[in-house]
Write a protein that binds this ligand. Structure first.
Ligand SMILES: [Zn+2]
Length: 116
């Protein structure tokens, strides 16, 4: 079931609201995700609202279909904007969501190493 969450980086410079269904959480084994080992959840663009200054975000765009956004101050990678033929979506670091124990979830593995 979808629920509204507040999200933030470690220092609080990056803050956002999101409506997400954590039953759909996953881990990805692409070359970026294996290095950060985060549990992730994907939402439609319209379900995500950035509440903090965009200037607090750094962007790492490793591939043309995705931009990884991180806090310039504390370095936490908070979310990724992803685009494909179906449109754009936001992939969140579940560990940034307040009140969520990301270690209690049962993420499936997305085979990003092969599919991306
Ligand atoms: Zn921060």
């Amino acid at each position: 079931m979808s629920k509204e969450y507040k999200g933030r980086c470690h220092c609080g410079s990056v803050q956002f609201n999101v409506v997400a269904d954590l039953n759909n959480c996953f881990k990805c084994n692409c070359s970026f995700c294996v290095r950060r080992a985060s549990t992730l959840v994907k939402v439609e663009d319209s379900k995500f609202t950035l509440e903090s200054d965009e200037n607090n975000l750094g962007k790492y765009g490793s591939r043309d279909f995705s931009d990884h956004f991180f806090c310039k101050n504390c370095g936490i990678q908070c979310y990724t904007r992803f685009k494909n033929e179906k449109g754009t979506s936001v992939i969140l670091n579940v560990g940034c969501l307040e009140g969520v124990d990301s270690y209690s979830l049962n993420p499936v593995t997305f085979d990003g190493a092969k599919k991306l």
